[in-house]
Design a protein around this ligand. Structure first.
Ligand code: FE2
Length: 371
C-alpha cells in the first residue's frame, strides 16, 4: 500500500453502491433471465422509443439492488466492442454520492482517469448529476447524484411494463461487496488507485497461503469506501500448479473486470430454495466440508443437514458467523458470477471457505477443460 494519505472529500464520504450496469449481447433476454431466475422486477426502460438512439437499457430491481442491462443495436461502437471482447459483464459499478461534481473533482485530483465530466440532466421528475471515472480493465465507476430526482430511474427512462410473469422476489436485498480480478502483480497498484482517488482504505488482506489449493492460488485485498458502505475486494493471480480460476477469468474476460457480486439476504435458506426452484445453478460443496463444520464454526442457528443439502457454506470470525453460496457463471463464458451472503455478525469474506470453495470451482473448471 502507498503511504499517501487517503483523499478527503465530503462527497467521497457518502459513496455507496447505486447500481450495476451490465453490457450484454441481448438486454431484452437478459432482463427476462434476471427477473425470472433471480426475482428482480422490471422498473424502467430507455431505447429508441424514448429517444435514445442505438441502444436499449432495461432497469430491474429487488429491494436496494438495481441492475441495468444494456445492449447495442449497432454493429460498431463501445458497447459492441465491449461485448465482443468481454462477453456479457459488468461495465459500470455505479456509486451514489451527495455531490457528483465534488466527488469527481476529488477523484480526478487523486489520480482517477476521467471519462465524463459532471453533467446535469433533468425531466419533469427533477434532475440528476452524473460523472464517470475509469477503473481496472474497461470497467468504470459512474458517480451519480440523484438527491433531487423523484422519477423511477433517471431522465430519459420510462416505466418498464414488460410482459413477464409476476415477479417472485427471492429475498436479495443489496450489494454486500463487489470483487474485481486484475492481472499478475497489479493488485497493489489498483488498491493504491482506490486509496488515492476515492479515499478507500484496506480492510483485510489475504495472501496465497490463505487462498490456495493444490492447483490454484490468488492474493486479495479488501478495499472499502470511507463510509464502509462500498466494499471492493481486488484479486490477483498467484503462482500455482495449474491455471488458477483468476487466470481462467482473465483469459475469458479478456483482461481485468468484475469477477463476482455478493448480494445480501436475511434468510439464505429461503433464498437458495427459491433460486433453485427458479432453475439457478449453484456451486455444489463436497460432503466432506460438512463433516468438520461443527469443529470449525461451533454452534449456529441453522440446521447443518439443511445447509449440507443446499451446499451453503459457513465461516466465522471473532464478531460472529456468515453463510454464503456461489452461483455458476451467469453467462457462457466462465466470468461473472453471484455470491449470496447472509451475515450473522461476521465481517468475513469467507477466508475459511476459500479452500472448500476453490476445490468446487476447480471441479467445474476441469469439466470445461481449463484446469
Ligand atoms: Fe465474495
Amino acid at each position: 500500500m502507498s503511504t499517501t494519505t487517503p483523499r478527503r472529500s465530503t462527497a467521497l464520504e457518502t459513496l455507496e453502491f447505486d447500481h450495476l450496469e451490465l453490457w450484454v449481447g441481448n438486454a431484452k433476454q437478459a432482463a427476462h433471465y434476471y427477473c425470472t431466475a433471480f426475482g428482480f422486477e422490471p422498473v424502467a426502460y430507455a431505447g429508441p422509443e424514448t429517444g435514445i438512439r442505438g441502444r436499449s437499457s432495461y432497469v430491474v430491481r429487488q429491494n436496494d439492488l438495481t441492475l441495468v442491462l444494456t445492449s447495442t443495436l449497432l454493429a460498431d461502437g463501445p458497447i459492441a466492442d465491449h461485448v465482443k471482447r468481454h462477453g456479457d459483464g459488468v461495465r459500470d459499478v455505479a456509486l451514489r454520492t451527495s455531490d457528483a461534481r465534488d466527488a469527481f473533482r476529488a477523484a480526478v485530483a487523486g489520480g482517477a482517469r476521467p471519462l465524463a465530466e459532471p453533467a446535469e440532466t433533468d425531466d419533469d421528475d427533477g434532475r440528476t448529476v452524473v460523472a464517470r471515472i475509469a477503473t481496472f480493465g474497461d470497467t468504470v465507476h459512474t458517480l451519480i447524484e440523484r438527491t433531487r430526482y423523484r422519477g423511477a430511474w433517471l431522465p430519459g427512462y420510462r416505466p418498464l411494463t414488460a410482459t413477464m410473469p409476476p415477479a417472485r422476489p427471492v429475498g436479495l436485498s443489496r450489494i454486500d461487496h463487489c470483487v474485481g480480478n486484475v492481472g499478475w502483480g497489479e493488485m497493489d497498484r489498483w488498491c493504491d488507485y482506490y486509496a488515492q482517488a476515492l479515499g478507500f482504505t484496506q480492510l483485510i488482506g489475504f495472501d496465497d497461503k490463505d487462498i490456495s489449493t493444490e492447483y490454484t492460488a490468488l492474493r486479495s485485498k479488501v478495499m472499502q469506501s470511507p463510509s464502509g458502505k462500498v466494499k471492493l475486494p481486488i484479486n490477483e493471480p498467484a503462482e500455482g500448479l495449474r491455471r488458477s480460476q483468476i487466470e481462467e477469468y482473465l483469459d475469458f474476460y479478456g483482461g481485468p473486470g468484475i469477477q463476482h457480486v455478493a448480494i445480501a439476504t436475511t434468510d439464505i435458506v429461503d433464498t437458495v430454495l427459491a433460486l433453485r426452484a427458479n432453475g439457478v445453478e449453484l456451486l455444489e460443496t463436497p460432503d466432506s466440508y460438512y463433516e468438520t463444520l461443527g469443529e470449525r464454526v461451533g454452534a449456529i442457528e441453522e440446521d447443518v443437514a439443511v445447509l449440507r443439502e443446499l451446499s451453503i457454506l459457513v465461516d466465522k470470525d471473532d464478531k460472529g458467523y456468515m453463510l454464503q453460496i456461489f452461483t455458476k457463471p451467469l453467462q457462457d463464458r466462465p466470468t461473472l458470477f453471484f455470491e449470496i451472503i447472509q451475515r450473522r455478525g461476521s465481517l468475513s469474506f469467507g477466508k475459511g471457505n476459500f479452500k472448500a470453495l476453490f476445490v468446487s470451482i476447480e471441479q467445474e473448471q476441469a469439466k470445461r477443460g481449463n484446469l
